[in-house]
Design a protein around this ligand. Structure first.
Ligand code: AMP
Ligand code: FE
Ligand code: FE
Ligand code: ZN
Length: 285
């Protein structure tokens, strides 16, 4: 295929975190859309990666192993994608397990807070919607509440109850941006600031660069043209590599976003070059 007609999506969730597609369904959908590469970037979980790689065997698609980690600076939260991580390092798997256990305890607290304001949902009903590895989050809780007819829309769930700072919201385990970036770099991955417009994190970019950030998610489903241009410029100014992904959650956000942004393959080639330069990897594409 001509390079110009090859498209990629470097931000995709499966049902191992809060997407609704299994790894097999995710890869099948990406193949249907004729994607040249996708990155699997579940929240706090890498367990979908081997399934996606297996499903993609013999097919014309690259699977980039990745992760999406959250970090806190004061009362603000940012998300960092780690692309090309050596995902199965034992210390990292152990760390992710701890983060996911904290997510579980947090979910119990949110369920209690909802109960305190008269909204009834059980742990079992929420867990029924999460994948086997248990990276359980607010989208599972929101879906469970809507399925049960307790609340009508995602918007209402987040605006009234579990959005950041709302009465039934509980914070996740707190990790600093430095720690998140360090972990990704220890795994020889490329740390990329996810959806900067969504987390309103422009002011933090200089200190994140200082901490070792290598890329910026310039293209994202929730970033309009103006934002895309602004982040392309910021990326140039700070020497950050450009990334882009849809943040597909299967049917979790209404319809599959995977492949909707037409991100050219060249974006991935530049990320590979940045990785190779950072870690002195020779002879790779
Ligand atoms: P968690 O990782 O459990 O904090 O959940 C984060 C997920 O909730 C992300 O995938 C977001 O897409 C979703 N989310 C966060 N805030 C909102 C909001 N205000 N409206 C809709 N979805 C949201
Ligand atoms: Fe998510
Ligand atoms: Fe995110
Ligand atoms: Zn995401």
């Amino acid at each position: 295929m001509n390079q110009k007609n090859k498209f990629i999506d470097l931000h995709v969730h499966t049902n191992f975190s809060d997407g609704t597609f299994t790894p097999q369904e995710t890869v099948a959908y990406a193949l249907k859309r004729k994607m040249a590469a996708i990155a699997i970037t579940d929240h706090d979980c890498v367990d979908a990666i081997p399934h996606c790689i297996n499903t993609a065997q013999g097919e014309n698609i690259e699977i980039v192993p990745g992760i999406e980690l959250a970090a806190e600076i004061g009362d603000r939260e940012i998300h960092v994608l780690g692309l090309f991580i050596e995902w199965n390092a034992p210390w990292f798997l152990e760390k992710l397990k701890q983060i996911r256990e904290a997510r579980f305890v947090r979910m119990q607290k949110m369920i209690q807070k909802l109960s305190d304001v008269g909204i009834d949902i059980s742990e079992k009903e929420v867990l029924a919607l999460s994948g086997s590895s248990g990276s359980i989050g607010r989208l599972h809780l929101a879906r469970a509440l809507i399925n049960k007819g307790q609340i009508r829309s995602f918007r209402e769930v987040f605006d009234k109850y579990i959005g950041n700072g709302k009465p039934c919201y509980v914070k996740r385990l707190s990790i600093s941006p430095e720690e998140v970036i360090d972990m990704i770099k220890k795994l020889k991955g490329v740390p990329i600031l996810a959806h900067p417009a969504v987390t309103n994190s422009d002011k933090m970019i200089p200190e994140l660069v200082q901490a070792g950030l290598m890329g910026l998610e310039v293209h994202h489903s929730d970033q309009n043209n103006t934002a895309t241009k602004r982040y392309a410029k910021i990326a140039r100014e700070y020497g950050l590599v450009v990334s882009g992904g849809s943040d597909c959650h299967g049917m979790g956000k209404g319809y599959p976003l995977l492949g909707t942004l037409n991100i050219p393959y060249e974006v991935l080639e530049n990320i590979k070059k940045a990785r190779d330069a950072e870690y002195n990897i020779a002879d790779s594409v």
